[in-house]
Design a protein around this ligand. Structure first.
Ligand code: URA
Length: 236
């Protein structure tokens, strides 16, 4: 017996968090009965329907690494009809991005239909490092540098921002290039870190996700992860 949300996530239908949402919205039934509470246990012979369609519990698991271009949103569908990162991948499976890059942020993003994998990578306790290159307005002052070394509080929670390097300072154009590695995955985190220091982010790219990079992929290109890479990420 396994928890319903776990079975849905394991099937590759969606992430566990989203499965919980589907359940509380009353969109999931087990053997004909709508289930709205979390934690209900099911077994392999139970028939699970989502929006009236039977869940295929044995979908093939896929793992993609994409070099995200500007102008794409990191979700499966967009209410405003904008292009999504999923549109760039040629598959019929229900994949979704792991975490989020903003519409105009470029660089490395993973997509999968494996809920356990997505959960593993998004869980803060697994300390997955993400490196960003941020072009910011202005030049960091000595005080800014001290604050970054000490960590920055965003929405009452401290972010470890101590792992950063100033790669370039353009005094004429009054901007800088800063490389920063963090574990945090909150939305807009890099922009919020620099805006708390009164520096707007002009351009943002994510260059590394754990041991992965997208140096061999042009903007908009993607590849499947190898089994070795998937196993390594699962063991991080
Ligand atoms: N932090 C941001 O501010 N934006 C991103 O796209 C990713 C991290």
């Amino acid at each position: 017996m396994e928890r319903l949300q776990k079975v849905i996530a394991n099937s590759g239908y969606t992430s566990r968090r989203n499965a919980e949402k589907l359940i509380s919205e009353g969109r999931v039934s087990v053997n004909g009965e709508i289930i709205c509470e979390q934690g209900v246990k099911v077994n392999s012979s139970d028939v699970i329907l989502i929006d009236g369609v039977e869940l295929n519990k044995n979908e093939k698991k896929v793992y993609y690494l994409l070099n995200k271009p500007r102008g794409y949103i990191s979700s499966v569908k967009d209410e405003k009809g904008r292009k999504t990162v999923v549109d760039l991948i040629d598959t019929d499976l229900r994949i979704y991005p792991i975490g989020r890059l903003d519409y105009n942020t470029t660089g490395i993003i993973l997509l999968t239909n494996d809920g356990d994998f997505a959960n593993h990578l998004m869980h803060p306790k697994n300390n997955i490092k993400k490196t960003y290159l941020a072009k910011i307005e202005g030049i960091l002052s000595k005080e800014d540098i001290v604050k970054l070394k000490q960590g920055i509080v965003i929405d009452d929670r401290k972010v470890d921002t101590s792992n950063f390097k100033i790669k370039k300072k353009d005094l004429e154009k009054n901007n800088s290039l800063v490389e920063i590695t963090i574990i945090e995955g909150r939305n807009h985190i890099i922009k919020n870190i620099f805006s708390s220091l009164k520096h707007d982010v002009i351009k943002l790219t994510r260059t590394n996700y754990s041991f992965l990079d997208v140096k061999d992929l042009k903007s908009g290109e993607y590849r499947e992860l190898s089994i070795k890479e998937v196993k390594k990420l699962f063991s991080e």
